[in-house]
Ligand binder design. Structure first.
Ligand code: GSH
Length: 198
């Protein structure tokens, strides 16, 4: 299997999880210019016509959309909660969708150069802060979102929460998030995926 990624983006989530679960996966770096043009692999836009990472080439199909790739990879790890047709299914899917739509995509405006400073940036950070507080409620006093074991949704949430550093978002007062990020950063799989993307 090949995972196409841009360093430090949402594609880090399936990368971390694959290393955690020991799923053989070749990480293929996608290079792009600062103005967002893909330069390699040369046919990347044929691989994923949406022009985004991640894309997973399973050998039989190309899968895109981070949370769908994560669900696919989760199926390779027998120690993960069995999602389909169990009572675990809805909470995990809810969490994946929360991370995708309320965290991942709430960061998107901050990457726009015109929002790098000013009132719009502060307003967008306000949106994120509200979602971070919801995240802390969802996490409660658990180590991981689904309980005491690391699942795909933790790989995703960690990947997105890392971007607070890039955007210099002050997490003081959000102690549970800070501890959660640190807990996942310490996992060997996280270290390995980060080193492979460095
Ligand atoms: N809906 C997609 C969005 C993926 C996405 O936003 N990828 C970003 C990196 S985090 C990307 O490829 N950006 C490059 C671009 O927009 O040109 C998913 O959930 O996987």
């Amino acid at each position: 299997m090949k995972l196409y990624y841009i360093q430090g983006t949402c594609a880090l989530a399936p990368h971390i999880f694959a290393r955690h679960a020991g799923i053989p996966l070749q990480a293929v770096r996608v290079e792009w210019t600062p103005d967002g043009k893909f330069v390699g692999p040369r046919n990347y836009e044929e691989i994923n016509p949406k022009g985004k990472v991640p894309a997973l080439d399973t050998g039989e199909a190309i899968i895109t959309e981070t949370q769908v790739i994560l669900q696919y990879l989760s199926g390779f790890d027998a120690s993960q909660p069995a999602v389909r047709g169990t009572s675990v299914e809805w909470p995990l899917l809810e969490l994946l969708n929360f991370v995708a739509t309320e965290l991942h995509k709430a960061f998107s405006p901050l990457w726009l150069p015109s929002l790098a400073r000013g009132i719009a940036r502060e307003e967008q950070i306000g949106v994120l802060m509200r979602n971070f507080r919801t995240f802390e409620t969802l996490l409660g006093d658990k180590d991981f979102l689904m309980g005491d074991r690391f699942t795909v949704v933790d790989a995703y949430a960690y990947t997105v929460l890392r971007w607070c550093d890039v955007h210099r978002i002050d997490l003081s007062g959000l102690d549970a998030i800070q501890r959660y990020r640190e807990r996942i950063f310490r996992l060997p799989a996280t270290r390995q995926a980060l080193a492979e993307q460095a």
